[in-house]
Design a protein around this ligand. Structure first.
Ligand SMILES: Cc1cc2nc3c(=O)[nH]c(=O)nc-3n(C[C@H](O)[C@H](O)[C@H](O)COP(=O)(O)OP(=O)(O)OC[C@H]3O[C@@H](n4cnc5c(N)ncnc54)[C@H](O)[C@@H]3O)c2cc1C
Ligand code: SF4
Length: 518
């Protein structure tokens, strides 16, 4: 008997082991000669206290996927267990499994963990179908460059997969319409409603399980699970994920571009696609999403700036951050360019209570759904971590636990690299550091805040302002050598000494004593 172990983020009906077996033996023999295993392991909570919505999403999606495979005639064992190491040996001997097949995990630590199980049978690895670029292809592309840039990678992706191309040139004559996509939100901006789903009986059981586990941890005097498990509105099947894609096309694709960077209180999703949870679980494949967007966008006459804008996120950023994760190597997660050492403030774990309206709004939305959109992640959360000098490893781990779509491969480059510049510029050409001025221009939060985004010193001064100038002052030598930072360093030099001292004292008060324990 052949065993296929499908991991929780590989819920793809085009799983390469299933396809290969069907091709080799034919559909009915493949089903007779194979057993499929899914393991719902709660041991993950021993080292990561995930957001409750994320646990519900992943475990419910796994249960639905098992049921769908079973309906399609496969023999499926869905085990609930504390540890993989307990589940595997018994399953192998009970079913006379002589060879185990797996798809290559997207996360570096997982392959090692599987190899350390020292299973008594041979293991065959299949290349991943979760990304368009294999690690080898990415390495071959990256090799000649001294400095990698997403834009060049993205253009190569457009050519290679023939997306939005007219022969050898980009559709519309331009590769990138980013400049058209940075509009500040006008007063009263109202985005479309996202598609939501009510939990079915399977999801209801998983919600009950997650609440029980959270209760057991708390009863044992341990930290519980962050976030709320209900209301839960995410899709948990491929059918629902496809419905989210179609709903995005029908309601938000045409308007995706202009307000991509906008932040509006009470509207956590705006025109964003809400596709990352499904892409990252394997319920949707990146190429099918890109092709569908391209086809639908052209049929609808979607403005090219919007169509190109969303395709760049998936064909460009998603592939690029994954490719870099493997390209940068195993020591990337330890980088700490600014030697940042401040512990995480307690309101991050408590998901609110900072007193800053922007932060508390984003944290409140995150607490409810496990989601925040890109600019909230980058310019509120990560920006704060960067300018306050939070420990990058602790902050990356926080992102990983709290986000509905968080996985090791996407965390490292997005949080450490793009958000915190902890890699010293391997990913971004300059730190994404910003004062309250940016948040005020691109968002609506400041109107309801006790602080004033226009003040940089004094009791009402926005903490982002004090932290921003203090960050520039702390690192002015290094930042001054970056040509893209030269202008702001000049502005720093123009602040008079007395005001700078007051700003820095306020920042020091806000940052509190460091470093992190341990
Ligand atoms: C600090 C920080 C943390 C992040 N954490 C995650 C994370 O845990 N998981 C995650 O998938 N993405 C993460 N991102 C990237 C991006 O913010 C999310 O993919 C996006 O917000 C998901 O929401 P959406 O589907 O509505 O995306 P949209 O904004 O509508 O974009 C469409 C799709 O493009 C892809 N995409 C866009 N930008 C990126 C990117 N930088 N990296 C990878 N994929 C991208 C996603 O698949 C997304 O679904 C992070 C970015 C930052 C700056
Ligand atoms: S004033 Fe500062 S802290 Fe308050 S919402 Fe605006 S940017 Fe955030």
């Amino acid at each position: 008997m052949i065993g296929i172990w499908i991991l929780g983020d590989q819920l793809s009906q085009s799983h390469p082991a299933l396809l290969a077996l069907e091709q080799q033996l034919g559909p009915s023999q493949a089903r007779r000669q194979c057993r499929i295993l899914l393991v719902e392991s709660s041991s993950v909570l021993a080292w990561r206290r995930y957001h409750r919505q994320k646990l519900v999403l992943v475990w419910s999606a796994m249960r639905h996927f098992s049921a769908e495979l079973h309906q399609a005639g496969w023999s499926v064992d869905h085990l609930e267990t504390d540890r993989f190491s307990e589940a595997l040996p018994g399953w192998i001997s009970d079913h006379g499994i002589r060879q185990l097949q797996l798809m290559e995990p997207a996360e570096r630590p997982f392959r090692g963990a599987i190899e350390r199980l020292s299973l008594p049978i041979p293991v065959q690895w299949h290349a991943s179908n979760a990304f368009l670029w294999s690690r080898e292809d990415f390495a071959a592309w990256a090799q000649p460059y001294k400095q990698l840039r997403m834009e060049l990678f993205y253009r190569e992706g457009r050519r290679r997969f023939s997306v939005l191309m007219e022969g050898g040139t980009p559709l519309g004559g331009q590769w990138n319409y980013d400049q058209a996509n940075r509009k500040a939100p006008p007063k009263g901006l109202q985005g479309p409603e996202p598609l939501t789903f009510e939990p079915d009986a399977i999801t209801g059981d998983v919600i009950a399980k997650v609440e029980r586990l959270a209760g057991e941890l708390e009863a044992a005097g341990e930290p519980g699970l962050p976030g709320l498990s209900q209301p839960f509105h995410w899709g948990v099947t491929r059918g629902q994920a496809l419905a989210v894609l179609e709903h995005f096309i029908a309601t938000r694709l045409d308007g995706f571009g202009p307000y991509q960077d906008a932040m509006v209180g009470g509207q956590p999703t705006l025109w964003h696609a809400l596709l990352s949870p499904y892409l990252n679980l394997g319920l949707l494949g990146p190429l099918e999403v890109i092709r569908r967007l391209e086809e639908a966008g052209q049929e609808r006459g979607t403005p090219l700036a919007s169509l190109e804008g969303v395709i760049r996120q998936i064909l460009g950023w998603r592939e690029y951050t994954h490719g870099l994760y493997w390209w940068f190597g195993a020591d990337y997660p330890q980088r700490n360019h600014f030697a940042a050492d401040r512990p995480l403030p307690p309101w991050l774990e408590g998901l609110g209570g900072s007193g800053m309206a922007c932060m508390d709004t984003v944290l409140g939305e995150l607490k409810a759904s496990g989601y925040a959109h890109h600019i909230q992640r980058l310019m509120v959360l990560a920006n704060y971590g960067l300018i306050a000098g939070l420990d990058p490893q602790a902050f990356t781990a926080w992102f990983h636990r709290l986000f509905i779509d968080g996985y090791d491969w996407v965390m490292q480059t997005n949080v450490l690299g793009m958000g915190l510049f902890a890699d010293g510029g391997l990913l971004a050409s300059k730190p994404y550091a910003a004062s309250g001025n940016y948040i005020n221009r691109m968002g609506t939060y400041c109107k309801g805040c006790q602080y004033n985004p226009k003040q940089r010193s004094g009791p009402q001064a926005c903490p982002f302002n004090a932290l921003y100038w203090d960050f520039l002052a702390r690192h002015s030598d290094g930042l001054g050598r970056n040509p893209r930072m030269a202008l702001v360093i000049k502005q720093l030099e123009r602040i008079d000494a007395e005001e700078l001292a007051a700003i820095r004292a306020a920042a020091a008060g806000h940052r509190g004593p460091g470093p992190s324990p341990g």
